[in-house]
Design a protein. Sequence first.
Length: 375
Amino acid sequence: MSNEQTDKQAAPDFAALVDLFAITGDFVSAVRHGSGHINDTYKVTCDLAGQPVHYILQRINHTIFKDPAALMENIQRVTAHLRTKLQAAGVSDLARRALTVIPARAGGPVLRDAAGQWWRMYVFVERARTFDKVETEQQVCEAARAFAQFQCLLADLPAPRLHDTIPNFHNAVLRLATLRDAIAQDPHGRAGGAAAEIAFVEQRAAMCARLVERHRCGELPERITHNDTKLNNVMLDEQTNAAVCVIDLDTVMPGLALYDFGDMVRTATAAALEDERDLAKVFSRPEMFAALARGYLSEAKFLTAAEREELVFSGRLITLVIGIRFLTDHLLGDVYFKIHRPGHNLDRCRTQFKMVASLENQSEAMEQIVKDCLK
Ligand code: ADP
Ligand code: GN1
Ligand code: MG
């Protein structure tokens, strides 16, 4: 079943569903919200003595996240830790600064409905918004600071190790192998139409082992990382653009800090949307990279020399890997990322590869920017 079809699944009885969670107020409405590729997200409005109260309701994509209970255990530990640390640092406004899970009335942070779907609810982060495309350097700088602070705050999360919600999520060697399998099988006869993109990847295949190897031999440390630091996974204040809250915590698990930085380079420096078809509009903006490096490095004081040395490379690598994943999904019939038109994943792949080429062209200048920030 393609994700286009999953998207059109019968809507549940929202009033009944929402009432299974420990919310306050009476259900008024549930409307689709945001532009995430994975979960089904709804903004819920309830009425509390004449005042609207908002929540986020999400159907967890359990084809992708195979153990929703383990995933929610991670999220509860992570959000509780963030809240404790923010509170200790004197931060007010905690309901906006860390996601808050609304438990089910029957207990537990998630519930499974009669149709076998997994649902969870969060407090709605008010007066803040996400961006699919960045508008100002200040927004980039703030987003980068927020993800760096997120990594800092989680550095002392007490044991045990978090669950790997998607094992080998950013392993570029395995992502390349999966693409090559998809090309060999070509179940929908789409490989011919993607010959240029396949060649683009093969010319860069050697990039894929670099960070995996440096991690394997102990040069790059494992940390608790977000692993999905695209720009629309951080909420910025509507009025001031100050970072408010890091969201989309499904992939928070042990990983490399570089993967988080790399995904910010991919999304926060892009001049166009992730699925822009006019490739002339797609390139990485150097002033946005400078703002990103400034914001991230102002908080991420914990980075080792080896990590610092790979920051610029990580942007090219993660952009290539996400492109590989879009291409693989296109070849396999669009079973992973939600699509909204035929060929959508191939369009997304093409923008990623155009970004890779742009990052390659600017790599020397970007190295200099990082060096200047580290002085
Ligand atoms: P996906 O995994 O599908 O990307 P997200 O958790 O990122 O799902 O949610 C999709 C969008 O919904 C986000 O980009 C954001 O705009 C919005 N959103 C998610 N959680 C909240 C929240 N707690 N408060 C307000 N908006 C939210
Ligand atoms: C997905 O969930 P969302 O839309 O924030 C994906 C990321 C990709 C991104 C590409 C769990 O992120 O890995 O980088 O799409 N999340 C998962 O836009 O696969
Ligand atoms: Mg998201």
